[in-house]
Design a protein around this ligand. Sequence first.
Ligand code: DHB
Ligand code: FE
Length: 323
Amino acid sequence: MSVKIFDTPEVQDFLKTVSGFDQSGGNERAKQIMHRLLSDLYRLVDDYDVTPEEFWSSVSVLNALGEGTQFGLLAPGLGFDHYLDMRMDAEDKQRGLSGGTPRTIEGPLYVAGAPEAEGFARMDDGTDSGAEVMWLTGQVRDVDGQPVTGAKVEIWHADSKGGYSFFDPSQSEYNLRRTIITDSQGRYTARSIIPSGYGVPEGCATDQVLKLLGRHGQRPAHIHYFISAPGHKHLTTQINLAGDPYTFDDFAFATREELVIEGRRIEDPAEADKRGLEGPFTEVVFDVELARTDAPELQHRHKRPRALESEEAESQQASQAKV
Ligand code: DHB
Ligand code: FE
């Protein structure tokens, strides 16, 4: 049976009451946004004749997502992170701030406070014995091609099983997470291991939602970056390693053509020796171009709850994602 009651004065008045419009306390923006959100959802219930069983099943899924601190995992899969990127790209264009290496999503697995080094860091703890050694290097430049010395390059990535340290308690502290300050030529270099692709845990609430949509929860092998320097726009980005089956089928929609990098396998012992390595390795080169800005608020990463970033409850929550 189908009834349509959304447009009745009774329902419209009810939505205003529920959203606290007749109350003097609370937050005005929260009221407006809740009113819009509830209106859209009530309309959806009417339009699709959502049954009580369907509604309460959805509540159960939301509870499961919350219990696993998984909204941060599902959000990229539902395109929110990429949609926010599209909006920031459009804002940059409007401000005349386009140019430079493109941004792409931060993802939910950054952890603040990684060890800092000048010019070079080893990122892996040496325990991922089957993994291919990665020599990751590049130059940070401004839009005129001049090197940016002293830029802060934060890098984080998964291990050869697709797990991230901190969220994967079997890894050592800050494994595969480092901050490197660029040298006098604007260069940064890291010795690490080639990461594997990442998949949302099989059977978790995020996986259940994606399966309902006929979708997978896989990401290609990727490496995250935050890059910042005074006078330049903060950049949040990632590179995807070419050749991964999911490079152009990323459930988190983070792939951008310009950010797909082909690693180069080097087997020449002389080249390995030059870098202090023992055997063959894969070199990955990622040069970065930073756009210029005088606006201080654009020179730092935007605020959001991040693991170990602060004492606040939101930061503690961000630490608990079950991945
Ligand atoms: C997710 C995981 C990632 O490693 C990432 O970079 C982006 C999203 C996720 O689980 O949603
Ligand atoms: Fe990631």
